[in-house]
Design a protein around this ligand. Structure first.
Ligand SMILES: Cc1cc2nc3c(=O)[nH]c(=O)nc-3n(C[C@H](O)[C@H](O)[C@H](O)COP(=O)(O)OP(=O)(O)OC[C@H]3O[C@@H](n4cnc5c(N)ncnc54)[C@H](O)[C@@H]3O)c2cc1C
Ligand code: FES
Length: 335
């Protein structure tokens, strides 16, 4: 009834014709796709007016409908800070819902939901004197944004070594562009490794390839095994992880009041997944317990941390919905 009686504002009319006009909800339109390898595609998205830009190394939350269900995932931006449109570079995960959709299917013109860029995997200002980037597979994406941003800047490229590993030369995302950047910028050394030939990267082989490694500020992005080995062996490595932590506990599940709805949370399912499956608009970010972009206030009951299996929570506590499941009945406020 209120839709009949509430006058539409000019912005409402514009948003009806073009969802990118909204200043309150952020959307984007797929405007280009570029194949990088057999398994990876760069997807360029024209963001709506509310987009606030990004810092090189940050990720963006994307919501996309697959077979009528809205899924949300995070993707590091591979485009430079100065780009008018944003680009994400997605490598297909076998059996993965969203990566498969983005790599194989998403048509030009598709409108997706966006969140503002987030994440602390960014370069400090001023830049360190010497940098080492260690990346593997799709972990090159945030570093590509950094290199493209530095290459476009007026200042000379700092002293950087990038060691990047992929399974094979054909599977190496941005291989030609990385070689071209190194050729144009003498202070950038790019070492491309192929795990199918030389084995996986590890701290010892990196120390051999980069003798002054200890004097460099290290940024690393890739599979958990590589990142764990680096953080165990070296101090002060800045890492970005793409995979959520292993779930130690299947939890108990339960009936949860989420705002004005009641949602059944399955054992082992996060509150975030359950809310989204029920069509609720849930705040989120990394979806892996790091950014606190998903916290909501617990009104009643307790929740179970899926990483540790521990039940916890008092009324009024802020709960990370991406890594907590239900633990019997509970009530959570939605903004
Ligand atoms: C901060 C951040 C930045 C990211 N940036 C990128 C990026 O630039 N490019 C990119 O391709 N991906 C990136 N990811 C990963 C991305 O968010 C998705 O997790 C990935 O695309 C898989 O989603 P899916 O829907 O295809 O798989 P799902 O349907 O969610 O999962 C299918 C199966 O794959 C496993 N799985 C989920 N994610 C991964 C993964 N990353 N690697 C291996 N197995 C996985 C699941 O455990 C499950 O068994 C990033 C993730 C984070 C948190
Ligand atoms: S979405 Fe980042 S901590 Fe939950």
């Amino acid at each position: 009834m209120s839709a009949l009686t509430t006058p539409l504002l000019p912005e409402d009319f514009l948003t009806l014709f073009d969802p990118l006009w909204s200043t309150t909800s952020l959307r984007g339109r797929v405007v280009a796709r570029r194949r990088e390898t057999d398994r990876a595609v760069s997807v360029t998205i024209e963001p709506g007016r509310a987009w606030a830009g990004h810092r090189a190394g940050q990720y963006v939350g994307i919501g996309i409908d697959v077979d009528g269900v809205r899924y949300r995932r995070s993707y590091s931006l591979s485009s430079p800070e100065t780009a008018e449109h944003l680009t994400v570079t997605v490598q297909e995960v076998p059996g993965g819902v969203v990566s498969t959709e983005l790599v194989r299917n998403v048509p030009i013109g598709t409108v997706v939901e966006l969140e503002q860029a987030a994440g602390g995997f960014t370069l400090p200002d001023p830049l360190p004197g010497r940098l080492l980037f260690v990346t593997a597979g799709s972990g090159i994406t945030p570093v590509m944004s950094m290199l493209r941003t530095l290459a476009a800047a007026a200042a000379p490229m700092p002293d950087i070594v990038l060691v990047h590993s992929a399974r094979t030369p054909q599977d190496t995302i941005f291989a030609a562009e990385l070689a071209g950047l190194a050729a144009r910028h003498p202070s950038l050394r790019v070492v491309q490794r192929h795990s199918g030939v030389t084995g996986r990267l590890d701290p010892a082989s990196l120390d051999a390839a980069v003798p002054d490694r200890a004097a460099r500020t290290v940024y690393a992005c890739g599979p958990d095994g590589l990142l764990d080995a680096l953080t165990d062996a070296w101090d002060d490595v800045v890492v970005e992880r793409f995979t959520p932590p292993a779930r130690e506990s299947e939890g108990t599940g339960g009936t949860v009041e989420l705002g004005d709805s009641t949602v059944e949370v399955q054992p082992g399912q996060s509150l975030l997944e359950a809310g989204e499956s029920a069509g609720k608009i849930m705040p989120s970010g990394c979806r892996m317990g790091i950014c606190f972009g998903c916290v909501l206030p617990l009104r009643e009951g307790r929740v179970r941390d899926l990483r540790t299996g521990q039940a916890h929570g008092e009324p009024g506590d802020l709960v990370q919905t991406c890594i907590n499941s239900a633990c019997g009945p509970a009530s959570i406020d939605l903004p």
